[in-house]
Design a protein around this ligand. Sequence first.
Ligand code: SME
Length: 165
Amino acid sequence: MITKKIENIGEEVIPMRYDVARNKIRDILSKSKEKNVDVLQKVVDFLYNSFDKYSWVGIYLVKGDILVLGPWRGKEATEHIRIPIGRGICGSAALTGETEIIPDVNKDNRYLSCFISTKSEIVVPIKKDGKIVAEIDIDSDKRDAFTVEDKMFLEKIADMLREHI
Ligand code: SME
C-alpha cells in the first residue's frame, strides 16, 4: 500500500529517513538562492508529506515582537496566525532561542491550542546573525511524537533555512 508520507521501494514500504530528507531539502533549497516564500512552502510541504507523525507543519516569521504565520500545510488552518513573542510554546521558543519539545500539550499550561487532535508539538527557532528570525512549528496527533532525532534533524533544517528568510 502506498499512502502519503511513505516511500515505496520495490515491494517494500519504508519510512522516510532523516538523512535522505535532509538531502532532499538541500536539493529544494539549492534551486532557490533567494529569499522566497515559495521555497519555504516547498520545504513545509515536503516535511508534511514525508513524515506521517508531522500532522501540521508551519513556519512563523518574526515581525517586531510578533510571530506571523508564513507557509503552512495541514488538514486545517490555525486561528493563531499572530502570536506575541513570549506567548504559547511558539512565543517561548522565540524568546529563549531554544527548541521546545512538548510530549503532551495538554500538560503544558503555555500551550495555545490550534487543533483538537494535537497531542504533541516541537518548535525549532531559526537564527540569523544571532537573532531569531523565524521558527518551524510542527504539531503531531501522536503523543510524545518528537525524539532527539527529530530535534537534530529539524535544527539542521532550521540552519539551512536561515538564508531563505
Ligand atoms: N501551539 C502553538 C500555537 C501554534 S499552533 O500549534 C499551529 C503554541 O502553543 O504556541
